[in-house]
Write a protein that binds this ligand. Sequence first.
Ligand code: FEO
Length: 174
Amino acid sequence: MKMKISAELAQEINDQINKELFSEYYYLSMAAYLESENLPGFANFFVVQAQEEHFHAMKFYQYLNERGARVHLEAIEKPKSDFESALEVFELAYEHEVFVSELINKLMDIAISDKDHASKGFLQWFVDEQVEEESSMEGYINHLNRIGDNSYGILMLDKELAGRVFTPPATTQN
Ligand code: FEO
């Protein structure tokens, strides 16, 4: 199949598959820590977050295949596994999402300079998704800061987070 995407963009998207799989691993590591702290609802939130990251990785994987580019998988970096508190976990998750947004913006920059309209359309979904992910993490940081060390507040939030389930995000390209 003829490649319908620039070699540079194909390479960068291939790298992004690795970053999304690392994100999955990182959030699963956060979930394992929260589980060990007897916060099953918080842990569930990050298990679902890890599932979303897997979905993102597969979306990039399928896109490269659809555009006739070859996927090459690389080693996944070992994630941090010790954390100080649920608040630190959300702060690190937020920082990580900001980092991922920068990577997505760089992919979009390449698609724009390539005048690759198909890739621009594909990447726009991720641009929008990042706005939502950053805002969700920020919201929980604010919530946790308000709760402080009030154990009833933590318990209520844990109950709320226990209800999160993975539903494949609405997308036109999967
Ligand atoms: Fe794949 Fe959380 O961005």
